[in-house]
Design a protein around this ligand. Structure first.
Ligand code: ZN
Length: 310
């Protein structure tokens, strides 16, 4: 009897799943990985996590943890003025390049903020330089705990292990690397203060490029991506946990097209090939196509904005 009969969707709990195979393409390591797609909510999950999953990270540079780049005093003053202007005017011109999503969250400068899967902590550092004072990074894969300064601590642990609770928790392309979306969302819920906000940025299977190209889709990223929700699947799970999902913002880029095209042509993920494959005009039109896809809700990644009700 196929084991598929006993599997359930990690997002909606549905038991009708379609199996498909994918291989590792970013580095060209190949192999065959069994994934399942839920017939009901259309989310995708890896059936069995390979025992040597770490090998698929170590060669990719995922955890190479580039050194943190710090800003001088003058640069920090500039960044603080810019952030204050952003909140005062809401003008696009003041959006920092690291986070257009920040405007929607508009956390106070003394909010307690956590970044789950923070890597080298660069994003939190940018928030520090912009005036934020209570910043906490979590990443079990970092070498050791680091106190960057009085306002910014990085910890080699999971957020579940922290004794603090937060006003804002963020996960930037970390959610899809975690085995249990239910446990991940529950941990965020438990660690948020009432009224606190959660930002999750992840690929989604609402993507037109996924429907068209299936296992060649660059953000399927077998076997590193363990779960990829659909918007509907994510909404159901987050609701079941008690969250209010108040906004879904598609923010996909031309990467979905050229990354997938590289795989389709048998290449590994080599961004330097892009200029050979596409003219400047073609790349501009791919950017425009991505914007259109985002508007239509068929781009390949989103920002989920959630609150924990008071
Ligand atoms: Zn489902």
């Amino acid at each position: 009897m196929p084991s598929d009969l006993y599997k359930t969707c990690k997002f909606c709990g549905g038991s009708s799943l379609i199996s498909f195979e994918a291989s590792e393409r970013m580095l060209g390591m190949g192999g065959t990985f069994d994934y399942s797609e839920c017939r009901d909510c259309k989310s995708v999950q890896l059936d069995q996590i390979p025992q040597n999953l770490a090998d698929y990270y170590s060669r990719s540079g995922y955890y190479s943890f580039l050194p943190l780049v710090q800003s001088g005093f003058a640069r920090r003053v500039f960044k603080q003025i810019r952030m204050n202007l952003l909140f005062a005017t809401n003008a696009k011109a003041f959006e920092p390049s690291f986070g257009y999503w920040l405007k929607k969250l508009a956390p106070g400068f003394h909010s307690k903020i956590a970044d789950v899967g923070c890597g080298n902590g660069q994003l939190l550092y940018e928030l520090y330089a912009s005036g934020y004072t209570d910043l906490h990074g979590f990443d079990p894969f970092m070498e050791k705990d680091q106190v960057i300064n009085a306002n910014l601590h990085l910890r080699k642990q999971r957020i579940e292990e922290s004794e603090s609770t937060f006003d804002l928790i963020m996960m930037h392309h970390a959610f899809e690397h975690m085995e249990s979306p239910m446990e991940t969302l529950q941990a965020c819920f438990d660690k948020l203060n009432p009224g606190g906000k959660l930002l999750i940025r992840t690929p989604v299977t609402d993507a037109e490029i996924w429907k068209e190209k299936r296992e060649l889709w660059v953000q399927l990223d077998a076997p590193r991506h363990l779960v990829i929700p659909s918007v509907v699947g994510f909404e159901r799970l987050s609701k079941a946990i008690g969250f209010d999902l108040y906004e879904v913002l598609f923010d996909s880029s031309a990467f979905q097209f050229w990354g997938t095209a590289l795989y389709e042509q048998g290449f590994t993920l080599r961004p330097n090939l892009v200029d050979e494959l596409y003219s400047k005009e073609e790349l501009v039109s791919l950017d425009e196509k991505a914007l259109l896809y985002n508007k239509e809700g068929i781009g390949d990644q989103v920002c989920f904005f959630l609150t924990k009700p008071i």
